[in-house]
Design a protein around this ligand. Structure first.
Ligand SMILES: C[S@@+](CC[C@H](N)C(=O)[O-])C[C@H]1O[C@@H](n2cnc3c(N)ncnc32)[C@H](O)[C@@H]1O
Length: 346
């Protein structure tokens, strides 16, 4: 069962980090970022430490607010947030043309919400690749509860150096995960290597759009807020991602920023003017309650010291994402479907 209670949140802060070391992990994590004097090169060369600290610190907050799938979604009028999240996952399965029995890889799988949904939707065996031990432990528990553990598994490894032989998978997808890579080319090239020839890779990538102006200080501030709030070394442009895919050897079938024609904006759950009972914890009133609850839990010692600081950088993330979405300088759903040619000379 999903751990979505206040005490689960408190107990989970820090993930695999010793509870007495949560505050110092928060301080170390923050120092990687611009607001605390951190630099891009340092974030890139220490990406593994930076990203793992981030997910150890935030996973229980994510589960409390989002449930089992940690991503945004294209959304129609009349669709609930949960429905749109599932449809966003089904869309990938459909684009990849998944067939029963196929062997699929989920790159950067979180606690496996999309993995369980896609595996059940398409009758495939999905392997979740993730570098965070705490998330894998949660994912295994949830797979057992749902019975998906018979056909799906998790592998703890870095997506920049995957422990799989060449040409292993029938299809590969990634949802809002490869943005954590220190360089897109290195990550896409690994995906290319483990994908069978003639087969497809589809993803939702976090990107700065063409409206982003690197010389605009407000744009830079928004980008830095998203980076600190979401554990990212440097958010790439859509153009850079596309270039890296081609450089890795992929043939591009189609690509599009799905945020452009989403009838309801993806950032709606974070908009302070919105009230929703079904996703109350994500609204600004819900976040106000969470903030005070975490403060109280930390005060009485049920949540480790540093928990409020984690809530603090997650608030920064929400502000940056909302501003980036409204200004259309950032998207969490640059979609692409690409194929590995049958032979390298094709
Ligand atoms: C925003 S979460 C998305 C999780 C999942 N795709 C979902 O939608 O629920 C990003 C995920 O990427 C994983 N990740 C980040 N860097 C990684 C790396 N170098 N190797 C493997 N996984 C990584 C994180 O641990 C986290 O699970």
């Amino acid at each position: 069962m999903s751990k979505a209670g206040a005490l689960d949140l408190a107990a989970g802060v820090g993930g695999k980090i010793d509870k007495s070391e949560v505050l110092s992990a928060v301080e170390k994590y923050e120092k990687y970022h611009v607001f605390y004097g951190g630099e891009e090169e340092e974030r890139k060369s220490n990406y593994s430490d930076m990203v793992n600290k981030y997910y150890d610190l935030v996973t229980s907050f994510y589960e409390f607010g989002w449930g089992e799938s940690f991503h945004f979604a294209h959304r129609w009028n009349g669709e609930s947030l949960r429905e749109s999240i599932k449809r966003h996952e089904h869309f990938l399965a459909l684009q990849l043309g998944l067939k029963p029995g196929q062997k699929v890889l989920d790159v950067g799988c979180g606690i496996g919400g999309p993995l369980r949904e896609i595996a059940r939707f398409s009758s495939t065996s999905v392997t979740g690749l993730n570098n965070n031990e705490y998330q894998i432990a949660r994912g295994k528990e949830l797979n057992r509860t749902t019975g998906v553990d018979k056909t799906c598994d998790f592998v703890k490894a870095d997506f920049m150096k995957m422990p799989f032989p060449d040409n292993s998978f029938d299809a590969i997808y990634a949802i809002e995960a490869t943005c954590h890579a220190p360089n897109a080319y290195g990550c896409y090239k690994e995906i290319y290597r483990v994908l069978k020839p003639g087969q497809c890779f589809a993803a939702y990538e976090w990107c700065m759009t063409d409206s982003f102006d690197p010389n605009n200080q407000e744009h830079q501030k928004i980008k830095a807020e998203v980076e600190i709030g979401d554990g990212l070394p440097d958010i790439r442009s859509t153009g850079k991602c596309l270039e890296a895919l081609k450089q890795a050897g992929f043939e591009v079938i189609w690509e599009k920023d799905l945020a452009v024609d989403s009838p309801l904006p993806w950032y709606l759950p974070l908009d302070p003017s919105r009230l929703s009972l079904s996703s109350f914890r994500l609204t600004s009133v819900g976040r106000f309650f969470t903030r005070n609850m975490v403060k109280a839990l930390e005060f009485v010692g049920l949540a480790p010291r540093g928990s409020q600081r984690v809530q603090g950088f997650l608030e920064k993330a929400a502000e940056g994402l909302l501003a980036g979405g409204k200004k259309e300088i950032f998207t969490p759903m640059y979609f692409f479907l690409v194929r590995k040619p049958l032979s390298d000379n094709q």
